[in-house]
Design a protein around this ligand. Structure first.
Ligand code: 5GP
Ligand code: ZN
Length: 135
């Protein structure tokens, strides 16, 4: 059967019960649906964590919500618990990776924030001392 892919929606494109057309082309939604492979680190009902393809530290993991939210700039009050959950998942992963001396968990937002993938994600960086301020 011919399928018009411009009209194809993936389950991962469901955000808060609404189908989000933008999510169809989202790299991290495609990682979530398995069409792009990733190295899984942790997952639960709300989030998925995987190794960053271009690690900036000995440990560099991305924690993403299963729901497509473009960035913290697009997030609303209804996402408060979810965003908290992402940081606590990062803390749990940090424990499991033995990052006893600390780590950095950070969200980049927008072009000035250095965001390159428009699906909200927490970077978990560890295994070396971090510098401040970040570049
Ligand atoms: P941002 O720059 O948006 O804060 O972070 C995006 C991150 O996604 C970058 O650290 C980049 O290395 C990572 N990334 C981009 N494409 C892929 C990919 O296909 N697979 C994985 N595992 N990470 C990716
Ligand atoms: Zn997405």
């Amino acid at each position: 059967m011919h399928r018009d892919h411009s009209l194809t929606f993936w389950p991962a494109a469901v955000s808060d019960g609404r189908l989000c057309v933008k999510a169809m082309s989202c790299l991290f939604c495609r990682i979530l649906d398995g069409s792009i492979p990733s190295q899984a680190v942790y997952q639960d009902d709300e989030c998925y964590a995987f190794a960053d393809i271009n690690p900036q530290a000995p440990v560099h993991i991305l924690v993403i919500p299963r729901a497509h939210i473009a960035s913290t700039a697009e997030a609303g009050k209804e996402h408060s618990a979810l965003i908290g959950h992402l940081f606590l998942a990062a803390a749990e992963i940090a424990r499991s990776k033995g990052l006893t001396k600390g780590y950095r968990s950070v969200i980049n937002t927008g072009s000035d924030g250095g965001q390159t993938v428009d699906h909200l994600h927490v970077h978990l960086l560890g295994g070396r001392p971090m510098t401040w301020p970040p570049g």
